[in-house]
Design a protein around this ligand. Structure first.
Ligand code: F3S
Length: 403
């Protein structure tokens, strides 16, 4: 593999042990994927933040690396943590868990990674430009960066993303290269999409079928908004391992040029029913409603507040979002409006990475296919999956209304 003088110096340990270790990780990955060289990156998004998933071994690894003088040399952000970093007590998390989670955040801060704790960094100002190379780890954010923004990233793991932050490089393979960005499956979507839940259901079905390939969706008149696209990509990345998708006439690369590889196969999706059958359970009562997966935008918070204004919910309702988005919502009086209804605007975390199975909930309703897909295994709750309106009606009545 060709290295520049600066890269070779990093590998030789001239910038310290922490940087040498990072460069070794990048080069080892490059060798596995037969990269010819490394590519400079403009930002990094690091996963592996919740202490629930990291445990003591992960925490020790981070603290040791920070102690070796490794520091991010490009803007680097963090994925959600296992709790709201300031509101954890009110939400019922244990002090023991909180202490360990705070140590994780401190280790990342020492490594120069901003404690943004969100899976939607692109909603809080970290927006890569079209064609820019980045190294992001959270699968839904990877999907959004590649597909909706036209940036270039592979689906990094936690350590490889951190190594990329410390070196400012990643190996040039996979989605950093033009040829790997062409679609290998054309998906004829022959069913209407009416809600973000439908978008997630479609993503679930496509991801399940195409696994880690690049799909090219052909669909009639879909006015997809930002929320639809983030939930679609999150679901595809969860049920499969889709890191890039194209939609004819919608996503930027598909608008600019022919993005279908020779010999691409075809898949037809003519009903979303199989997704709802797989993701939606049968419980009649709901005691927790989870919205904001991927983390909610200001517009989504506004839509929820408008629906609930002047009413009082009877279940728990957690709307997860980035702290920066929560702060913006506070300035617009949105948090107060939502909290008057009984809802919580929870920052820094989500129901999949937080230890919610110890909080006494039994059935969770969500409008996110990704959340519905992961929750039974991660949090051992039963799930109802449907539209935002169905979820909010469940929050108001405690019962699930079948559409
Ligand atoms: Fe984000 Fe958690 Fe969903 S990390 S994409 S809110 S499962």
């Amino acid at each position: 593999m060709r290295l520049t003088r600066e890269e070779q110096a990093m590998l030789d340990g001239e910038s310290g042990e922490g940087v040498r270790k990072a460069m070794e990780i990048i080069i080892a990955l490059g060798r596995i994927y037969q990269a010819d060289d490394l590519v400079p990156i403009s930002s990094v998004q690091v996963s592996g933040v919740s202490y629930k998933n990291l445990g003591d071994a992960g925490l020790d690894f981070l603290e040791e690396w920070a102690g070796q003088g490794a520091r991010a040399r490009v803007p680097a952000t963090l994925n959600p943590a296992g709790m709201d970093l300031s509101g954890w007590q009110e939400l019922g998390f244990s002090p023991e868990f909180a202490r360990c989670q705070e140590r994780v955040i401190s280790a990342y801060a020492a490594l120069g990674v901003s404690p943004t704790c969100t899976c939607t960094p692109y909603l809080i100002g970290y927006v890569p430009e079209f064609g820019q190379h980045v190294a992001w780890a959270e699968s839904s954010a990877v999907s959004y960066a590649n597909s909706v923004l036209g940036a270039r990233t592979n689906r990094e793991g936690g350590p490889s993303a951190l190594a990329a932050a410390v070196t400012g490089r990643t190996a040039r393979y996979g989605l950093h290269q033009d040829a790997h960005r062409l679609a290998t499956v054309v998906v004829e979507v022959d069913t209407d999409i009416h809600s973000e839940a439908d978008a997630g259901a479609l993503g679930y079905l496509v991801g399940q079928q195409v696994r880690n390939q690049v799909p090219y969706l052909k669909m009639e008149k879909w006015e997809a908004n930002e929320s639809d696209l983030k939930t679609l990509g999150a679901a595809m990345a969860a049920s499969g391992a889709v890191a890039l998708y194209h939609i004819a006439g919608v996503t930027p690369e598909a608008k600019a040029q022919q993005m279908i590889a020779d010999g691409a196969s075809t898949l037809v999706v003519d009903s979303l029913k199989p997704a709802y059958q797989a993701l939606d359970g049968s419980a009649g009562t709901v005691d927790l409603v989870s919205l904001g997966c991927p983390h909610a935008s200001l517009a989504e918070l506004e839509a929820i507040a408008s629906y609930l204004d002047g009413r009082r919910i009877v279940t728990s309702l957690w709307i997860t979002t980035a702290r920066a988005t929560r702060e913006a919502a506070e300035r617009e009086n949105l948090v107060a409006r939502l909290e008057e209804t009984g809802a919580r605007v929870v920052a820094d975390t989500c129901m999949v990475v937080a230890p919610v199975d110890g909080l006494g909930f039994r059935t969770m309703a969500t409008n996110s296919a990704k959340m519905a897909f992961y929750t039974p295994a991660h949090s051992r709750l039963s799930v109802r999956f449907g539209t935002l309106e169905q979820c909010l009606d469940a929050a108001l009545s405690g019962r699930w209304r079948v559409s």
